[in-house]
Design a protein around this ligand. Structure first.
Ligand SMILES: [Zn+2]
Length: 498
């Protein structure tokens, strides 16, 4: 694990430097507790400090999480550790539940990533200081702790949501780590428990700055009628995972440098997966200062970065849904693609059950790949070839449920997408960028990108010219693309001060 020098780490601790939050954890040998660098507790002596690059590493070294600074609330920068793309992809899969459940294994995980199991373990040790299994377990425990402290979910649900087989097992592990039972962490004032189905609100922290206005404008322009609603500064949508249905609402809490996420979903086992999607969609894991600084080295791009500090690269909520959007968006405007998506949902989407109808404007869940693959006709007003392409996409997604999860290298991912009928280079790059969150993906032939580039350059470049130009933006071309798109987008009519 490549941490800064010990004395730099200690200085970060002394000054409670928020720039190190999420990147650095300190284990205090005199107390056996580990903290975030921003912990309000008295700074420990230098000789009592051990520094770690991840909460999992601190836990694996035998430290317990601090109850004051709550390491589970540090910004989750997991996918930014080190320079290993394999580790980033593995962490995305772990967040998605790749190591949860009885059938999961590191062997299968490494197979999906195209590396050997031993190599994956070595990479994890180098970049995170902990094994893949330890990282997954640390996530589960910290998530359960967050649920205990931020919600009133019953302990049986907390145990399930944390991926523990039973309440007994949960209690055991928790006692081992914290030296006390989970229920003692509940605030005394909270009376009675409330099942998750009635709504769970959690906070997801990010590293500032965060350009919320641009994110919301992006989502608003693309909101699929019936599935997504953007209004009054919030984003709401319907959720369907493995046949379970619910809703989620996301708001901005700038003073807390967090997003507030309210989930209505009966199947609590899927809460971590839903939060992982929120993190992906809203790009909360970006080390945005580093990215903005890198892009500012390009004098032509610098003014645009300065204009929108903290601009994020939105991810796809769901890989299949995102890929469908990409195909619907071929050759047409964003507004036209949105309309087509609305038609598709109205013809093939499952109706949201009555219990959720209090969520105004939300009426359908997005159709599954299985539904579209089985549909006799797509029945949406667009060329026959593109309808066939949607069908081929749905069939490919049914044949391989992991199609839109990270695997192998970016080139392999692009090649796999391109093997689907009607998916060309632009669509494949776009899917890699949004669904796989490949931060270096770059759909150079995109009309909006070329228009944005012409704002920067004064003349419209060719796709290959833009591709050459983009070399200096590596390894974060996706963020450069976002700035180019934003540069050519009209200002949203109602920019809200979040
Ligand atoms: Zn602390």
């Amino acid at each position: 694990m490549e941490l800064p020098d010990r004395s730099i780490c200690y200085r970060a601790l002394e000054s409670r430097d928020p720039r190190f939050d999420g990147l650095l954890f300190v284990g205090v040998t005199s107390t056996g507790i580990y903290c975030r660098p921003v912990c309000p507790a008295r700074t420990p002596l230098f000789r009592h400090c051990r520094f770690f690059g991840s909460a999992a590493a601190a836990q694996e070294a035998g430290f317990r999480p601090c109850l004051r600074c709550r390491p589970e609330t540090a910004p989750d920068l997991a996918s930014w550790r080190g320079t290993s793309n394999t580790v980033s992809r593995a962490l995305a899969l772990i967040a998605d539940g790749a190591l949860d459940g009885t059938r999961a294994s590191v062997d299968k995980l490494s197979e999906r990533l195209g590396v050997g199991e031993r190599q994956l373990r070595r990479l994890f040790l180098r970049h995170l200081g902990a094994s893949p299994v330890a990282v997954a377990q640390n996530r589960r425990v910290l998530f359960a702790k967050q649920l205990i402290q931020e919600t009133r979910m019953p302990m049986t649900e907390v145990a399930l949501a944390g991926g523990f087989g039973s309440v007994r097992r949960f209690n055991e592990i928790f006692r081992e780590l914290y030296g006390r039972s989970p229920s003692t962490l509940r605030r005394q004032s909270s009376t009675g428990s409330v099942p998750a189905e009635a709504g769970v609100t959690l906070r997801v922290r990010y590293r500032p700055p965060y350009d919320w206005d641009s994110m919301l404008a992006y989502l608003q322009a693309r909101a699929i009628p019936g599935v997504e609603v953007v209004e009054n500064g919030s984003y709401r949508r319907t959720v369907e995972i493995d046949g379970s249905i619910g809703t989620v609402e996301v708001v901005h809490l700038p003073q807390r440098q967090s997003l507030g996420v309210t989930i209505h979903f009966a199947n609590v086992r899927l809460l971590p997966a839903i939060l992982a999607r929120v993190r992906r969609l809203f790009d909360t894991g970006a080390d945005i200062e580093t990215i903005d600084e890198h892009l500012s080295h390009d004098p032509l791009l610098a003014p645009f970065v300065a204009q929108r500090p903290g601009l994020r690269a939105p991810g796809g909520w769901d890989g299949f849904e995102l890929a469908v959007r990409a195909i619907l968006g071929q050759q047409v405007s964003v507004a036209a693609a949105r309309k087509l998506a609305g038609q598709l949902v109205a013809s093939h989407g499952r109706a949201l059950p009555k219990g959720f109808r209090n969520q105004a404007g939300l009426t359908y869940v997005f159709p599954t790949a299985r539904t579209l693959a089985a549909a006799r006709s797509i029945g949406v007003g667009m060329p026959v070839a593109r309808q066939a392409s949607l069908k081929a996409l749905a069939e490919a997604a049914v044949a391989d449920p992991n199609l839109f999860r990270p695997f192998g290298t970016i080139e392999e991912a692009i090649a796999r997408f391109r093997s689907i009928r009607g998916v060309g280079e632009w669509t494949a790059q776009y899917i890699a960028l949004r669904a796989l969150r490949e931060m270096d993906a770059f759909p150079a032939s995109d009309a909006g990108l070329l228009r944005g580039a012409s704002v920067i350059h004064g003349a419209r470049p060719s796709p290959s010219g833009l591709l050459n130009r983009a070399e200096v933006w590596r390894p974060w071309r996706a963020y450069a693309a976002q700035h180019l798109w934003a540069a050519q987008a009209p200002e949203p009519t109602q920019r809200r001060s979040a």
